[in-house]
Design a protein around this ligand. Structure first.
Ligand SMILES: Cc1cc2nc3c(=O)[nH]c(=O)nc-3n(C[C@H](O)[C@H](O)[C@H](O)COP(=O)(O)OP(=O)(O)OC[C@H]3O[C@@H](n4cnc5c(N)ncnc54)[C@H](O)[C@@H]3O)c2cc1C
Length: 467
């Protein structure tokens, strides 16, 4: 479909010419996200107020102009890529923390506030915003809500959806509405706030977000333990949780990851073990040594070796260095990768890892797996050179087979990254025909002209499906 002619003078009249970019060079900066997919928009617009967003969406409906909301562009599945051309709605000017309410433990923010910035600011008040995607130093809270971002702390603290109480948003047709309240409870009507979480920019543009906060934990303890067999690591995870200790993180690195990181850091990581766990507990200072002792004992019972308990913050930093070095270490094996974030019930992690090894052998690929053992979210990285089409073809077949395995194990195709463009061919595999059609009806009811982030989640040729 050809892009529609750009109603530039009308756009300029709404936001001011200084807030509109149209040159190829400028548009190139908004053509991509971390998926490496790329498509040029016709213009990039920086609205300043909710009324401007509303006017822009009304205009887009009149001209059938696609609109692509954008935060930091760090998404991994192409959800912010303006495929098909249209207007990128860059939310950069909505970057203020509006309120931190210490008594009610609530923060009200605009959507372009960087996740880590909110964490830092609330900590100054003794408060804690737990969702911790690895991208927290550059991703925005609006993007986090749209993708329901999560991180290592999800095992104890949950993900973005667990902290969002309400929002101000503009529906695709231009109406401005408020969902939720500053209260934790609220049961008046459908839960539109939850509907917006994970909506990937397809149902509306968020302009204000209300988050609940927690008291900041007093202290943290960290340890690392190596396990000869992956089953022992998985067993350890479930025994720790059953012992009524919920660690704030329970990270797993498989043998292939250990080898890659050791070659990069030379820090003495065991090479003959199938997995290591990084375990962290937080909370009241006077309870943590007791929790750590209990966890160590569970690890020992399950045959753990090379146990490394951080006594000082420098030891803690050393342990986390291993985990944080995975990405740069991977970059040394191959220039590219396909990074899937499949998630299975915890007890199925060993089975998943063995299937992944089988796929690596079957398709002649290097596959490195690590991730959040506490919630079964395993990042599966297929290393490749994207210019090698034959290798890419094998990798894509392996991904398809991986997705079938994950669904058979009772898991989900994505724990954190979402559907976007890259997973849209597999969307119906997980949600089923009835689920797909129900979601499509919601999309069509709120966005009758399909202007909001078209071509995401729903396959392009099914997005106009009429029930
Ligand atoms: C190195 C790296 C590590 C990462 N680690 C993690 C991780 O640990 N956990 C995790 O969950 N993700 C991770 N991600 C993915 C990514 O950071 C998240 O998906 C993040 O939430 C995207 O935020 P963003 O501001 O970059 O959004 P963008 O990429 O700009 O947009 C993502 C989606 O949000 C929509 N959107 C953005 N702003 C708005 C708004 N105001 N209103 C409506 N829709 C909007 C866009 O239309 C798009 O559909 C990682 C990415 C990278 C590059």
């Amino acid at each position: 479909m050809d892009p529609c002619p750009l109603p530039l003078s009308e756009i300029n009249a709404i936001v001011g010419r200084e807030n509109v970019l149209t040159s190829q060079e400028d548009c190139a900066c908004y053509a991509y996200d971390a998926s490496k997919l790329r498509a040029f928009p016709q213009c990039v617009v920086f609205p300043n107020t909710v009324q401007e967003v509303s006017e822009l969406l009304k205009l887009a409906n009149r001209h059938l102009l696609p609109v692509f909301p954008r935060g930091a562009g760090s998404g991994i599945v192409g959800a912010a890529v303006p495929r098909g051309g249209g207007m990128v709605l860059a939310m950069n000017h909505f970057n203020r923390i509006l309120e931190i309410d210490e008594d009610d433990m609530i923060a009200i923010v605009e959507p372009a506030v960087i996740t880590g910035e909110l964490q830092r600011r609330v900590l100054e008040h003794g408060l804690f915003y737990p969702p911790d995607p690895a991208s927290l130093h550059f991703s925005t809270l609006g993007g986090n809500v749209a993708m329901c971002a999560g991180g290592p702390k999800a095992v104890k603290y949950g993900v973005t959806r667990d902290y969002l109480l309400g929002m101000e948003l503009v529906l695709p047709t231009g109406s401005i509405l408020q969902t939720g309240k500053k209260t934790y409870k609220g049961v008046v009507g459908y839960d539109l706030t939850r509907l917006m979480v994970g909506s990937e920019g397809t149902l509306g543009v968020f302009t204000k977000l209300i988050f609940r906060l927690l008291p900041a934990p007093e202290a943290v303890r960290t340890m690392m333990a190596a396990f000869p067999r992956i089953e022992n690591a998985a067993q350890t995870v479930s025994q720790i949780l059953k012992s009524r200790i919920i660690p704030s993180t329970l990270e797993l690195m498989d043998q292939s990851t250990l080898q890659v990181v050791e070659n990069y850091l030379h820090m003495g990581l065991p090479q003959d073990c199938e997995a290591i766990l990084i375990i962290e507990v937080d909370g009241r200072e006077d309870l943590l040594d007791h929790d750590m002792a209990k966890i160590q004992s569970i690890c020992e019972t399950n045959g753990a070796r090379n146990m490394d308990v951080a006594a000082e913050s420098s030891d803690r930093e050393r342990i986390w260095r291993a985990r944080r070095s995975i990405s740069p270490a991977l970059g040394r094996i191959k220039p590219g990768k396909i990074n899937e974030d499949v998630t299975v019930p915890r007890a199925q992690i060993p089975s998943l890892i063995r299937h992944i090894r089988r796929l690596a052998d079957k398709y002649g690929l290097t596959i490195v797996s690590f991730g959040h053992a506490g919630d079964g979210n395993i990042h599966t990285n297929i290393m490749l050179d994207r210019k090698n089409h034959e290798e890419l073809n094998r990798a894509e077949k392996a991904v398809e087979e991986l997705f079938r395995v994950v669904l058979d194990l009772g898991g989900t195709l994505s724990g954190e990254h979402g559907v976007g463009i890259t997973k849209s061919p597999f969307f119906m595999w997980e949600v089923g025909k009835a689920g797909y059609e129900a979601m499509l009806r919601i999309k069509q009811a709120l966005d009758p002209n399909n202007i909001m982030n078209p071509g995401k989640m729903f396959l392009p040729d099914r997005a106009f499906f009429q029930p």
